[in-house]
Design a protein around this ligand. Structure first.
Ligand SMILES: N[C@@H](CCSC[C@H]1O[C@@H](n2cnc3c(=O)[nH]cnc32)[C@H](O)[C@@H]1O)C(=O)O
Ligand SMILES: [Zn+2]
Length: 428
């Protein structure tokens, strides 16, 4: 066994208290051995003047969409997808997806994120990028069946199931999967049922966008006389294992259904504000006991993958939505972006204690905007920026040390992404 000792810092514990402690990690097992006064490690990572926190978990996104960052802004979801995003995505090659995923991963590692959930296509490229990077991820092939004939539609579902089966548990267990129908309005009823059944058979979750915009709710109510979550419940889609993105237009009955079934919700506040989708009733969900995590969504609707930004947005919009400054407080938002996200997407991460996976980020508190540090948890929610992260560790492996990414070549990743993004837009 070789050990890694993170020394001299303050540590954020699962009960949200902070204490001066070292963290000792078993590098082979990828687990935390001890927190406190530990024995000396074989290797050491300096955390003097810094706060050690659980690695952040980005519970919903499309990492490869970094290639489309700033390509199409200031439009509502439907027009944005149909006029700009989908035509551009139709031109993406497997190599483009790899380049975009690597760029997204570098950005996440640099801002203290150690795990993420991702819905996209060319998933073998995304799996390869995750394996190379050392991050933890739950990935899947997004199914869209609108505009396809029955056979093509079924093939898309089968592909999502086959990919989920193939990659689950790979990358030393750091890669897990889900079957990922895009939404209740872009996938037919028959195909949604197929997806639910297929996921159950292979024992992986289902991940889907639900209740994102009003335009998505209305057609379901008109056609079926019930709201999206009631329809999802009829399909057997609401389950403790499964998780949805957004949940913006969720009414009281919907919140009850989420709480009763244990279905996870991934709140994506920046994307919801940028596309003017609405404000998710996050405090009401938390009060009802719903499992809530936080995600950035894709870089084309955010436009960055910095979860510190997202925490601040979640706290701010959560207060507006509840009309209360006490809603979605700092501690709650930090919990949502760590243990909450991990629980929602079903991975073991998000807490610093002996026996847990060693997924950590070390934040430099020696900054003007983090002075004075009356309450480090307040700073995490309201003042820390991704660029304050010094080191990132996942499964006991150091992914970034003193802001240098060790598992991928940042400069090369940026140059490749820039070139591929430019050529992509020329083709579109
Ligand atoms: N099989 C489909 C791809 C589905 S992947 C998931 C899709 O979600 C899209 N997407 C990104 N952000 C959002 C969002 O906020 N709501 C709905 N869809 C989104 C993204 O552009 C991508 O096309 C195809 O080949 O076109
Ligand atoms: Zn999305």
């Amino acid at each position: 066994m070789t050990t890694l000792q993170i020394t001299g810092g303050q540590v954020l514990l699962p009960d949200m208290t902070v204490e001066s402690a070292d963290v000792l990690v078993d590098r082979e097992a990828g687990e935390i051995l001890a927190v406190g006064e530990t024995e000396r490690g074989d290797e050491r990572l300096d955390a003097e003047g810094s706060l050690v926190i659980p690695g952040l978990v980005n519970a919903h996104g499309h990492a490869a969409m970094t290639l489309l960052r700033g390509y199409a802004d200031d439009k509502p979801l439907d027009a944005w997808l149909q006029e700009d995003i989908w035509p551009a995505e139709a031109e993406l090659t497997p190599e483009d997806v790899r380049a975009g995923a690597e760029l997204g991963i570098v950005e996440m590692i640099k801002s203290g994120t150690t795990a993420f959930a991702d819905m996209y296509f060319e998933v073998d490229e995304i799996a390869a990028a995750v394996r190379e990077s050392g991050m933890r991820a739950r990935i899947g092939h997004g199914i869209v069946t609108v505009g396809k004939d029955d056979e093509e539609a079924r093939e898309d579902v089968e592909e999502s199931i086959a990919i989920a089966r193939e990659f689950d548990g790979t990358g030393d267990g750091r890669v897990s999967t889900a079957v990922m129908p895009h939404s209740l309005t872009t996938v037919s009823e028959e195909c949604l049922s197929m997806a639910v059944k297929g996921a159950r058979e292979i024992g992986v979750p289902v991940h889907i966008h639900i209740n994102e915009t009003r335009d998505e709710v209305e057609p379901i109510v008109e056609e079926r006389g019930i709201r999206p979550l009631e329809y999802a419940d009829e399909l057997g889609l609401l389950d403790e294992k499964n998780f949805l993105a957004h949940g913006v237009h969720t009414d009281e009955r919907g919140i009850e259904l989420l709480a009763e079934t244990g279905m996870g919700v991934v709140h994506c506040p920046a994307s919801n504000m940028k596309l003017a989708s609405g404000m998710a009733p996050v405090q009401a969900m938390l009060d009802a006991g719903v499992s809530v995590g936080v995600g950035t969504d894709g870089a084309a609707s955010n436009n960055d993958l910095d979860l510190f930004d997202e925490m601040r947005d979640a706290a701010m919009i959560g207060k507006l939505a509840a009309d209360s400054a006490a809603a979605v407080p700092a501690e709650e938002v930090v919990r949502m972006a760590t243990a909450g996200s991990a629980e929602a997407i079903g991975i073991d991460s998000g807490r610093i204690e002996a026996g847990a996976n060693a997924d950590l980020a070390v934040i430099d508190f020696g900054k003007p905007h983090l002075t004075p540090a009356h309450d480090p948890v307040s700073h995490l929610a309201y003042a820390v920026r991704g660029s304050d992260v010094r080191h990132t560790v996942c499964g006991g492996e150091v992914l970034m040390c003193d802001r240098e990414v060790l598992t991928l070549d940042e400069k090369e990743v940026r140059e490749t992404a820039e070139k591929r993004a430019t050529e992509l837009i020329e083709r579109v």
